[in-house]
Design a protein around this ligand. Structure first.
Ligand code: HEC
Length: 157
């Protein structure tokens, strides 16, 4: 023990609490480096992202049962473009049919908004292709708003 002018210097070492804290910090640091270094643990933000997306995909789809774009002129105009690009080849420029049935008359697969949405989204086994991947929900509602503006509200195609 060093002593100078009666003042003692005592070396009691680092306080226990600090030592525990210090060691835990190092352990945590090593764990952190280990866990989040892709080369060591294989952790990857892409993997995390994909897992999150898988979780979301499992949540049952909440499909609105009414067309949110009904009477929305801007959406109807956009829907017309989508129709001309994707549907007119089979259903005709005037919606009166061709390879596919007339869309201005009775729809045997259902005339409620959600039935029509389902037909367009999922397609059928007899010739109607599914459009959910290609268009997504939002644009299906828009193209449907266009179809309905003609079939239900007498708009010129
Ligand atoms: C490759 C040709 C083809 C394309 C492209 C196509 N359809 Fe069809 N669609 C059909 C056929 C064929 C049917 C009849 C299916 C059946 O009876 O099962 C049909 C059925 C439908 C029906 C239901 C008709 C009823 O009588 O119930 C709707 C609504 C419809 N299509 C909308 C669309 C829309 C909107 C698009 C564009 C996004 C589209 N279709 C693109 C061929 C097509």
């Amino acid at each position: 023990m060093a002593e100078c002018d009666g003042i003692k210097e005592s070396n009691k070492g680092i306080p226990k609490g600090w030592m525990i804290f210090y060691i835990s910090l190092i352990v945590w640091l090593l764990w952190y480096i280990y866990s989040y270094t892709p080369e060591i643990s294989g952790w990857s933000q892409y993997k995390v992202f994909e897992e999150e997306m898988k979780k979301v995909a499992k949540v049952p789809a909440v499909i609105p049962t009414e067309n949110p774009y009904e009477h929305n002129e801007k959406a109807i105009a956009e829907g017309k473009g989508i129709y001309m690009a994707n549907c007119a080849v089979c259903h005709g420029d005037d919606l009166k049919g061709g390879v596919g049935p007339d869309l201005t008359g009775h729809l045997k697969l259902g005339e409620t908004d959600d039935a029509k949405f389902k037909t367009i989204a999922e397609g059928t086994s007899s010739g109607m292709p599914p459009f959910i991947d290609q268009l997504g929900r939002d644009r299906i509602w828009k193209v449907l708003a266009y179809v309905d503006s003609v079939r239900e509200y007498g708009k010129q195609p």
